[in-house]
Design a protein around this ligand. Structure first.
Ligand code: FMN
Length: 164
């Protein structure tokens, strides 16, 4: 069993949750790796980040495709940006043609919570349209990503699914 965690994080919340999850998976003696998505030109201004996310502007990422077919389970993670997920993850997904029968999970971290359900549903729809089997999806408050007990509880069912 090999697990890939494909993640974009601007201010560290999503990354922190990914690192926690990776460690929990590794504790079960399962191979897991995080792939950090890096925009070729990262937008740092809040309003411009919102614009790019909201209008689904195409951005370029430095590492468009990693060999997902060598992984048995793929987890996608991003912050919620302007009621959707971040453009870097969208760019990555646009490059993936097929996830037929791939076991997948996704989670988003959020701030106020505005648009978080819409964002997660949209991500699920995109994965499903590529044939993915989504076995877990969740929204996690960014403010809770330093709370290891909270993360453990949130990710317990996912770690169980992966290690079953
Ligand atoms: C450009 C931008 C747009 C955001 N839009 C939303 C939003 O629509 N809804 C929400 O709940 N949080 C929103 N947030 C808050 C982030 O989703 C939250 O802080 C997240 O945990 C950040 O993850 P990161 O530290 O991995 O970048 C936004 C943050 C940024 C920077």
């Amino acid at each position: 069993m090999k697990v890939a965690i494909i993640s974009y994080s601007f201010s560290g919340n999503t990354k922190r949750a990914c690192v926690f999850l990776m460690e929990k998976i590794k504790e079960k003696n399962i191979e897991a790796a995080i792939f950090d998505l890096k925009p070729s030109r990262e937008e740092k201004k809040f309003l411009l980040q919102c614009r790019d996310a909201f209008y689904k502007h195409k951005i370029e990422i430095q590492n468009p495709v990693s060999e997902l077919n060598t992984y048995d389970f793929v987890i996608f993670a991003s912050p919620v940006w302007a009621f959707t997920f971040a453009p870097a993850l969208r760019a990555y997904l646009e490059n993936i043609k097929d996830l037929t029968d791939k076991k997948c999970a996704c989670f988003l971290t959020y701030g106020s919570g505005m648009g978080k359900n819409k964002a997660l549903e949209e991500l699920e729809e995109i994965l499903k349209a590529k044939g993915a089997r989504i076995l877990f999806s969740k929204n996690i408050p960014g403010s809770k990503t330093k709370d290891k007990e909270y993360l453990e509880e949130q990710f317990k069912s996912l770690v169980d699914i992966i290690s079953d």
